[in-house]
Design a protein. Sequence first.
Length: 521
Amino acid sequence: MVAGNAQEAVVRRDSPEPFTLVIFGASGDLAARKLLPAVYRLFRQGLLPEQFAVVGFARTAMTDDAFREEVRQALDRFTPGKAAAADWPQFASRLFYHRGDYSDAAGFAALRARLEALAASRHAPCNTLFYLATPPTVFAPIAEQIRACGLSAPGERCDGWARLVIEKPFGRDLASARALNAHIRNAFAEDRIFRIDHYLGKETVQNILVLRFANALFEPLWNHKYVDHVQITVAETVGVEQRGPYYDQAGALRDMVQNHLMHLLSLVGMEAPNSVDSDTVRSEKVKVLKALRPMPRACVASNLVRAQYGAGEVAGQPVPGYRAEPGVAPDSITETYVAFKTFIENWRWAGVPFYLRTGKRLAARVTEIGIHFKPVPQVLFNAAPFGPMAPNVLALRIQPNEGISLQFQVKRPGAGVRIEPFRMDFGYAAAFGGEPPEAYERLLLDAALGDSTLFTRSDEVEAAWAFLTPILYTCAEDQFAALPTYRAGSWGPKEADAMIEADGRQWTVFKRPAARKGREG
Ligand code: NDP
Ligand code: BG6
């Protein structure tokens, strides 16, 4: 099937002005796994200006050439088959490394001199995109050093802009997020700050608004009159990998819910913005977060389940339990799974439960949003001898096998009336071919262009924390209560099933993941 008959409204994007990307924490995992491969792919697609450069900054001692070699190896590992092509020397010549300590003023003064010399040698303005890819403990000190050495206001000494991209996690709770916001806004104006959440860079996440507001079909039904409930599942098969020390201090609520799941929830729940302008879209998202029904202490036990994976099997391979992972405390009480029910208290969603769940080491990797419509009245086809019938479900498959499915009832051909649910399926790969672009490509390009629509605004991050912080405090107070476990490779703890089943509903992933048999799917 070809998607070409559609009316195409292509908003053409300019190429960014010449700029230098400074990656703090350039010796780390994120830089190697995601950032540098994304920059390389943008370069290969001709989406970067001729005079761009990357300066890696970290404490590890390295020459420019050693850094280039590290990058080449990272590309080999993380963009298999695509790295070290004929254009590698051109790309490598734009890579530089600067050793420094994150709180050392002299190191930043030297960085400034280096950036100015680089810009001058390329006859380019001093545009700089600073990317904080370090552990969060040094986010604020780095922002302060950038400010103190005058790099956050390049216009005062040479033409150009300075922007700050900041990784997650953005704080540990509302108070620390507010404090971090205050620190970084001391160095950069809000419109120069790009708080990254890579879920917003995913094509399928961007398509949520297009599906809702570019079609007449769905929006009239997208409310409490027709929607019975909404499910958001973000399931991973991976464990904590090499990130045990970080994850053990975070847990699923901080690592996934506060950011990725809250963005999915607000995109599904928001009202139509009256323009695609970044502030208009984000203001509507904030309203959803502010309308979430608070979960007081007494409600946490019945509306939220936390759990931790035990040993099990994933893809036919035995895997250890969470407490046996490297870098994790053997008596850890950090959750690797969370499921909860929430409500958006407004006119559109009054009384509609939103069930969200996320976990590591689950049976399949699947991120999916299910809009479960109300059943038709129990007469005619939804009554004996035909019914009961499965209600309509619209499933947005965020990943993998990206697409959208709609389940509706059809009459099976033949004598008599036999009604069956049928799934109409749209798949991105079949419609458009190929893999969707990596989220980090889109986000890096947007930051270089100064478009902050797909980044989290300060009030958005604080509204998400305002909802979650009391829950985190309740969980922390209950830390000696038994934390349920689930077998690695399963669909999570039975307590999460019991929570939704108490409401007469079931967890569903609409598209059956390949290896899965049974109820899910
Ligand atoms: P790393 O632990 O690999 O740290 C990155 C670099 O920061 C290191 O190479 C190191 O460089 C420096 N560093 C490490 N520890 C410290 C410290 N205590 N004080 C100062 N510098 C330190 O982190 P990641 O690359 O995994 O993550 C970077 C950021 O990105 C984090 O905020 C993380 O939460 C976020 N993130 C990471 C993801 C991933 O998949 N890795 C996914 C999503 C977000 P040097 O010692 O040379 O200075
Ligand atoms: C990151 C989390 O933000 O998102 C990880 O820190 C998680 O723990 C990852 O594995 C999931 O991202 P994706 O794109 O694989 O769904």
